[in-house]
Each structure stands twice: as structure tokens, then as C-alpha cells.
Design a protein around this ligand. Structure first.
Ligand SMILES: Cc1ncc(COP(=O)(O)O)c(C=O)c1O
Length: 427
């Protein structure tokens, strides 16, 4: 905190650019924390917010409902194969808390008292609240709260760059899956397997080998374990498809969306469940099968209206096709980025790239400077007119999804300039 004695104030933003109070322009390579879809100040979304705010700003979802929330729920169920109902919240962490509570309570509702444990992948991230920290335990982030977190069963994720040398990636994937199956077959206490869909993002952009997620979903079915996915950072086009679970052929029992759901304009998240889960919550009042969970701003009509419009725009503008084409620009820079001395690995899928920085390429030793890498890259990026944010020793590129080819090209050029000028400061 001491490093950040002052912050620049962002006062305006247009398209892919953030503008600070001194008039400096920064290219938004972070997508304003991975959620921006159309760029800033999109007129259609702004108009939707204005129109809805004239009619109904907020009304509770306790005993009542509202039109935008209903329309959005229908739309979400329509685009989400296998899903039946929607539970709203106002941020991704809460959506994950709801996922976890739904999964645990499902077993109680159907009278199974044994299934009380959550299984997950090491290095996953699901948010900063206590349940989300327990399930997505990143030691560097959450070590200070370890004693307060509930225990989970963690499995190794096949990380190609950092796997033991004796394996090929497919052998290592089989090794990881065998461990999962062995544990599943021995224990009857696992309620659900929770994982990020398609890739671990905050954990360092670890893109799963093709088929890995599908195989976990199959193991869950085989051993009667609920399969719970987190599409908050990876769904809605970030990895190049509308829903990663569709691309990965791995339909979950419960799935959460957030971030890009409103185009990045207002705060809203959603947890969807299939009919089996939903039906288990139906009962007489005195059976106490209902879910005790609700937030003040659950189903906020302005957020729901802008999310609904955002999803309509995805379809109208054929956004997923556009992302698939634009994201090829990343590939033009693979070689130039990998040749930089402190770059150990680059990992890319769709509109997400992680550049892993190392002290020593052959030994893959992570760099560990005195000042935070994030601070150094933020300052160097600013000099080059780009907003960059690193996570640990990974430079993250997470641009607004509708970015043009020329603007993405500029992001990559400015990123390369920044890594080169920052390398003497971090190495
Ligand atoms: C995969 C994943 N799940 C959950 C969250 C938490 O979302 P929020 O920051 O909206 O609480 C994040 C945030 O980065 C995320 O990346």
C-alpha cells in the first residue's frame, strides 16, 4: 500500500481509451478488470441505462420481481444449454457463494447427509469472500485467512509450463485425472467439483488441455458428484466462445456468470442451475428446503436491462465471430514476445493472454523484484499510454472484447515496449 501513495483519477472514457484528470489517455488493456465488452461510453448501453432509470431504479426481488430481471433470466436460460433457473447477485464472488450453497444444500434437500465436501483444482480463483476463498485458494492472496477457511479437496491442474519434466502434457493430464478418479471412487463425501471453465485466469492464465474439463464432468456424472462451473471471467466470449462449457462439451449442474454480463457497465452476476437442482428446493414451507440467500440489489432492474441489451448486441453484431477473427492478432506477436529475455512463456486463448516473466528462461525461475511487478509495469505502461496490470509475475492482457484489429495491434506493440523498458527494473 505504501507504494501507492497516490492514484490517477479517471474522469472520462471513450471506446478503448481511459482519460485521466490531466487529460492523459491510456489504452485499456485490462478491460476495466476483465469485464468491458464494447469499449467505454457505448451509446446504446448508455441509452438503455437512462431509459430504465426513468422507469424503475430498484425494487426488491423478495416476494416481488421486475420486468428486466425476468426478461434477462429467460434470455440467460435460452443461451445456456441444460440450465433451468437463474439466481441473481451483484458480483462474481457472491455468485460463487450461491453456487457453493446451492450445491451443498442440494444434497441435504434430497436427504443425503454424507456429501458435504467440495473438491476443486489447485490454483483456481473464485473471488474474495470466505466461501470463494476456501474453494479458490491462492496461497499468496489468502494465506492470512487460512485458519478461518473451510477445508476442500484440491487436485493438481495440468500446467504445461510448470509440470514435472518426465511427462508429456497428455501423460500429465492423464496422471491428474487418474488422481481425481481414484479419490472420487474412494470417497462418498464429495458434494461437488467446482472449477473455472476453460482456464484458470487469476491463477496465471492456465489454459486446460483440450478434453480435460469434459473428462472431469464425466467423472462427476460417474460418481454422482455435482459439477459446478465458474464462467465469470472466461464465458461470454473472453476465450472465443459464448460459453466455455459448450465449447468444452461439459454441461454443468450449476454455472455462474458475471463480469461481461452487463457489458462491463453495471454490477451484476447470475448463478444458473439445472432442473434437478431447482426441483430439490421445492417443498412444503415446514420442510425448510428453500435457499436462505438474498442481496439488497439482487435482480436490479437497471443492471438487468443493460445486461439484456448487451446480450442482444452480442447476437446483432455477431460478436463471437468477430472475436475469433480479431484475436488472431495476438498470434502475430508470439515470436517477438517470446524472444524478450524475461519472458518465460506466453499463453493465449481468445481475448486473453498471459505473459509469464522469469529471471532465468532455462530454469524458469520466477522474477522477484523489491518493488511490486504490478507497480513497475503500471508505471512503465503509463509512459507508453497503456493501462497494464500484472498478477504476480504474469502480465495479463484482457482487452474489451469488441476491440478492433488495429487497436489490439497497438495494445500488443505497447505491451512489448513496456516489457522491454521494465525488464531492467524487474530482472
Ligand atoms: C473466475 C472468477 N470467479 C469469480 C471472480 C469474482 O468476481 P468479482 O470480482 O465480481 O467478485 C473473479 C474475479 O476476477 C474471477 O476471475
Amino acid at each position: 500500500m505504501k507504494e501507492w501513495d497516490s492514484f490517477d483519477k479517471i474522469t472520462d472514457a471513450k471506446g478503448m481509451w481511459l482519460i485521466d484528470s490531466k487529460g492523459n489517455k491510456l489504452l485499456d488493456a485490462v478491460g476495466s478488470m476483465w469485464c468491458n465488452v464494447w469499449g467505454h461510453s457505448n451509446q446504446q448501453l448508455v441509452k438503455t441505462i437512462q431509459n430504465q432509470s426513468k422507469k424503475l431504479q430498484h425494487s426488491s426481488m423478495f416476494n416481488l420481481t421486475n420486468e428486466p430481471a425476468e426478461k434477462l433470466a429467460e434470455q440467460l436460460v435460452r443461451i445456456s444449454p441444460g440450465m433451468h433457473r437463474v439466481f441473481y447477485s451483484d458480483n462474481g464472488s457472491s455468485a460463487m457463494e450461491i453456487s457453493i450453497k446451492l450445491a451443498l444444500q442440494y444434497w441435504k434437500n434430497i436427504g443425503n447427509k454424507k456429501k458435504t465436501k467440495i473438491a476443486t483444482l489447485e490454483n483456481g480463483y473464485h473471488g474474495d469472500t470466505f466461501g470463494a476463498m476456501s474453494v479458490g485458494y491462492v496461497p499468496e492472496f489468502f494465506g492470512k485467512f487460512k485458519e478461518q477457511l473451510f477445508s476442500t479437496i484440491q487436485f493438481t491442474v495440468p500446467n504445461k509450463y510448470r509440470m514435472p519434466e518426465k511427462y508429456s502434457i497428455s501423460d500429465y493430464e492423464s496422471f491428474c485425472l487418474d488422481k481425481i478418479e481414484k479419490r472420487f471412487s474412494q470417497k462418498e463425501n464429495i458434494a461437488a467439483f467446482v472449477m473455472e471453465s476453460g482456464a484458470q485466469v487469476a491463477g496465471g492464465v492456465i489454459i486446460y488441455p483440450k478434453g480435460f474439463q469434459k473428462k472431469i464432468s464425466q467423472l462427476c456424472k460417474k460418481y454422482d458428484i455435482l459439477f459446478v462451473l465458474d464462467e465469470i471471467a472466461t464465458g461470454f466470449g473472453r476465450l472465443g466462445s459464448m460459453l466455455q462449457y459448450e465449447e468444452q462439451n461439459s454441461i454443468p449442474d450449476i454455472v455462474s456468470y458475471g463480469k461481461m454480463l452487463t457489458g462491463g457497465y453495471l454490477t451484476m452476476a447470475a448463478t444458473l442451475a439445472n432442473k434437478k437442482i431447482y426441483d430439490s428446493f421445492l417443498g412444503e414451507f415446514n420442510e425448510w428446503k428453500h435457499l436462505f440467500h438474498g442481496h439488497t440489489y439482487t435482480g436490479n432492474p437497471i443492471a438487468a436491462a443493460v445486461a439484456h441489451e448487451n446480450l442482444k448486441m452480442y447476437k446483432k453484431n455477431n460478436l463471437i465471430k468477430k472475436i475469433q477473427k480479431t484475436s488472431k492478432i495476438f498470434e502475430n506477436f508470439y515470436e517477438e514476445i517470446s524472444e524478450i529475455d524475461i519472458v518465460g512463456d506466453i499463453r493465449h486463448k481468445g481475448m486473453l493472454m498471459g505473459i509469464e516473466l522469469v529471471k532465468d528462461k532455462s530454469r524458469k525461475t520466477p522474477i522477484n523484484p523489491e518493488k511490486s511487478i504490478n507497480k513497475i509495469f503500471f508505471e512503465e505502461g503509463k509512459k507508453n499510454g497503456i493501462y497494464l496490470r500484472t498478477l504476480g509475475n504474469i502480465v495479463m492482457l484482457v482487452p474489451p472484447l469488441a476491440i478492433s484489429e488495429s487497436e489490439l495491434d497497438l495494445i500488443l506493440k505497447k505491451t512489448i515496449l513496456t516489457i522491454k523498458s521494465a525488464q531492467t527494473k524487474v530482472a
